[in-house]
Design a protein around this ligand. Sequence first.
Ligand code: PMP
Length: 408
Amino acid sequence: MSLELAALRRQFPIFANHPGGKPLHYLDNAAMAQVPRAVIDAMAAHDSTSRANVHRGLHPLAERADGAYDAARAKVARFLNAADPSEIVFTAGCTASINLVAQATGATLSPGDEVVVSRLEHHSNLIPWLMMAKARGCHLRYLPVTDDGRLDESRFGDVIGPRCRFVAVTHASNVTGAVSPVRKLAEAAHAVGAAILVDGAQAIAHGSVDVQKLGVDFYCFSGHKMFGPTGIGVLWGRRNLLALLTPPVTGGGMVGQVTDDDVTFLDLPYRFEAGTPPVTQAVGLAAALTWLGDIDRPAFSAEERRLTDRLLDGLSATAGVAIVGPKDLERRLPVVSFAVRRLHPHDICQILGERGVAVRGGMLCAQPLMTSLGLAAGVVRTSLALYNDDGDVDAFLIGLTEAIKVLT
Ligand code: PMP
């Protein structure tokens, strides 16, 4: 392990505090990344010195909290290269962001309109659209995937047709790791007059995202998958499109005038932030972005790719293992899923867990994808982050071979 990587790992208290004193080989980053000390400290400092509700109070403490919350929003806007901080809505997470857009968009759709999702979607970017389509009499259409778990680009034109009003796709699959050709999808959506939302839950932790360059209309992600806290997510939307949507969730903090019979809403982004927002978590998310900006992200990302290559090689050489997803490094994330002949993913996860190797197994909130891939019990998923090293990959590969031996 390089000195730089060792120093980076030391910034994550979890690795020193793993119960039982055994080393932790954490390869479940696609479910939740670990959090550096800088983020924990920033949230503790906020709660210790500046805790108050935001955009309500006029006392100095409230003004400090307002300042911290507004600064977090501005930080996220710069991180995504949004045109303006008012395009950033803080939510409870990626799922909440998608539900917000699905419900608000649904109100503008008519029976017979089409909404396009893909077979790669996590349930979070599927069920909100499914429910909305059922309620509005719209048709949900699916972009198909290739045998190696990528979106089939040759079919975009067949599925995104003249009745399509909205496209909702993942930036990268939480199962196969495949990265979607987002710009092409945006062009296809816009060519038929549809808007496009991209679920960035997985992609955001593995490279920079410029929403303007991507050419999309809405982009969402969660704090906890990118070294930030739980309980916070982001919805970015183009100002002109956000402004057309009626807030599906209403309450305090988002209104102008309220009478017995009517209500006016505040301007963007506050109209979409009903109730007390996740202030401390916003401060933590901003700290995570600062932390990412302070490390040599390209160097650590290159290391992540090298380890992914090793992982793919090791899995390919393990008898009975079938990798689910692209086998080359091109346009894929360090999220690697696989099935083992005749073995249940949960049994493998449990044995690996006993050896200090944390991986995820099962349906991965992607049942339609598992069905289309013919994987009734799902898969085992390994997912890397910037702090993983060769020791993690070795422990996993050795543990897997032993698990297969024990179970067969
Ligand atoms: N989309 C994808 C691709 C995901 O992997 C996840 C989380 N597993 C989500 C959406 C939902 O994120 P959250 O649970 O943080 O709302």
